[in-house]
Design a protein around this ligand. Structure first.
Ligand SMILES: C[S@@+](CC[C@H](N)C(=O)[O-])C[C@H]1O[C@@H](n2cnc3c(N)ncnc32)[C@H](O)[C@@H]1O
Length: 530
């Protein structure tokens, strides 16, 4: 059977696409990404590099040159022998902006060339979400109503109307459900539009889609009152599906009316914790900002902070805390840690405690090292806080509350409103025994909400750790400066979740193709009376 083509709009670094392209049925990959569109140059570089990686894999070409590029020892990832595949990857991953006339013309041309003869193909993607985000909305207020990003879903809709995918998968933030414009809830309008994409603009209702949830028996069809629907049923809670992260996203699956098969639900699996996901990674130290930095200086500074915190905890008669702070301080002194790098040599020497499924998805033995695993530098005053918070969390299995629990000297930031409790969440460790909180692109700004759970490392998460919590395979390389890498990781759909979505989509298409073939066979046998 021919592979099913995928078009990925607003593709980011390609998390959603990664799940579809890695999905296997009968030992083959039935989905093939043929067009992906992204306007950010760094995310696009990541996307193109991954497209190239897939082509190398498909054509069974050696990965040596690509690995040399990852290590920063070559300026380009291709060789003479694979230049054609590099060009193919460039043609697939388009650095273009949806909504710009001249870019749309190129995007439509490419989609048309790729899917024109295909009865079945799949559109995936999430029109940008910042404008819907709950935090963003509170901050931006009225101005937000005019945000052009609200209208970007129209670009997605236009592609559905023009090219009629058999199925589409649209992902967005939860805040999309409560976002209102002058005409009311935007989600109601989106549902109506997606269910009947031909309506209005051309005055024709030429085909329809039913919009399904992946987790409940909820479906929207044209003519229904979207306001009466329990839209929360479209929210997928990633932590219920083997993702080590509590990420809650709206996922809409649209099925074209002539594709008469049932969409299976995602199958829940056992929870996976932060420690399950990252404890096999090489431990690293942070850097120190605004002063001289070296492993020795860091060690002296951090162990002095631990010793002082332990003294203060002892004076406050907090015996368990004193003990753990002392232990963590000793660990800091005994281990010589590096800050990592874009590439660090280190085989899989540590076994993860649990989560076999996750690790067989993440690991790539042929890599022989770690990509994008480099720490940031922190202010010395923050190192003291990180030390305390990680130690507190390791004892209590929960985060300290800023205004209440930062009760040792030197912990409360010099902030006029600190005592009010409004900033209680400012510093957060990712608790080892739970799924992580949502990995957001905010991680690019500071790491205060993403502190590593190991007290001896005293730092925020690296891009690779964040990528692991997002279930990007270890051989997924993020391009661009570190801040851009964090943004890419935070924006993505967890690939392991996307792979499960691909499974559901494949089931629908397989059934649809089976029934279509059976109908043809029935017609033939009727004609010839066999
Ligand atoms: C939420 S991210 C998508 C993540 C992606 N689905 C994944 O799983 O990795 C949205 C992306 O849309 C891109 N974007 C925003 N406006 C765009 C436009 N007009 N055309 C193309 N890409 C756009 C952003 O740069 C961002 O990378």
């Amino acid at each position: 059977m021919q592979s099913i083509k995928i078009v990925d709009l607003f593709a980011g670094p390609g998390g959603l696409g990664e799940g579809f392209s890695s999905f296997q049925a009968d030992s083959r990959n039935p989905f093939n990404i043929t067009v992906s569109v992204e306007k950010d140059k760094f995310a696009h570089s990541t996307l193109r590099l991954r497209a190239y990686w897939r082509l190398l894999k498909r054509h069974r070409k050696p990965m040596n040159a690509l690995h040399t590029y990852y290590k920063g020892r070559a300026r380009r990832p291709w060789t003479e022998d694979t230049e054609d595949l590099w060009e193919e990857a460039k043609a697939e991953a388009l650095l273009l902006e949806l909504g710009k006339d001249e870019d749309n013309a190129q995007i439509y041309k490419r989609i048309c060339q790729q899917i024109s003869n295909d009865e079945h193909w799949v559109l995936i993607g999430g029109p940008p979400c910042q404008a819907y985000s709950v935090v963003g909305r509170v901050r931006v207020g009225e101005k937000n109503k005019k945000d052009p990003r609200h209208r970007l879903y129209k670009e997605y809709l236009n592609v559905i109307r023009e090219f009629r995918p058999s199925i589409f998968v649209m992902e967005n933030v939860r805040g999309m459900l409560s976002c209102q414009l002058e005409y009311g809830h935007i989600i109601h309008r989106i549902m109506e539009d997606l269910a009947c994409p031909g309506q209005g603009e051309r005055g024709v209702k030429d085909y329809k889609y039913s919009i399904h949830s992946l987790v409940a028996d909820t479906c929207y069809e044209t003519g229904m009152d979207a306001a009466k629907l329990d839209l929360k049923k479209f929210i997928v809670q990633c932590e219920q599906y083997g993702i080590p992260q509590a990420r809650h996203r709206v996922i809409l699956v649209g099925i074209r009316e002539d594709v008469t098969a049932i969409l299976p639900k995602l199958i829940p699996s056992a929870p996976v914790t932060v420690w399950d996901a990252i404890s096999d990674m090489p431990p690293l130290r942070s850097g120190i900002s605004r002063q001289k930095d070296s492993a020795a200086i860091w060690k002296d500074l951090v162990s002095a902070e631990y010793a002082d915190l332990a003294r203060c905890a002892k004076t406050a008669k907090r015996h368990r805390l004193t003990e753990i702070l002392t232990e963590a301080g000793k660990k800091v002194i005994s281990e010589a840690l590096s800050r990592g790098g874009q590439w660090i040599e280190d085989k899989y020497s540590r076994l993860p405690p649990h989560a076999k499924v996750l690790h067989s998805w993440l690991r790539d033995e042929s890599l022989g090292g770690w990509l994008n695993h480099e720490t940031r530098a922190h202010m010395a005053s923050d190192l003291r806080r990180y030390a305390y918070i990680a130690t507190h969390a390791s004892i209590k299995k929960k985060n300290p509350v800023g205004s209440k629990d930062f009760d040792l000297p030197g912990l409360a930031p010099n902030h006029a409103n600190w005592e009010t409790g409004h900033f209680d969440d400012r510093f957060k460790v990712q608790l080892a025994n739970r799924p992580a909180t949502t990995i957001t692109s905010h991680l690019s700004k500071d790491g205060h909400s993403f502190i590593h759970p190991d007290p001896a490392q005293c730092r925020s998460l690296t891009v690779r750790e964040a990528a692991r919590l997002q279930t990007f395979p270890d051989n997924y390389f993020f391009e661009g400066p570190r801040t851009a890498q964090y943004v890419q990781v935070g924006n993505a759909v967890p690939p392991l979740l996307a792979m499960q979505i691909a499974d559901c989509v494949w089931s629908v298409l397989q059934d649809a193709i089976f029934f279509e073939q059976k109908n043809i066979e029935d017609e033939v046998s009727m004609m010839f009376g066999t």
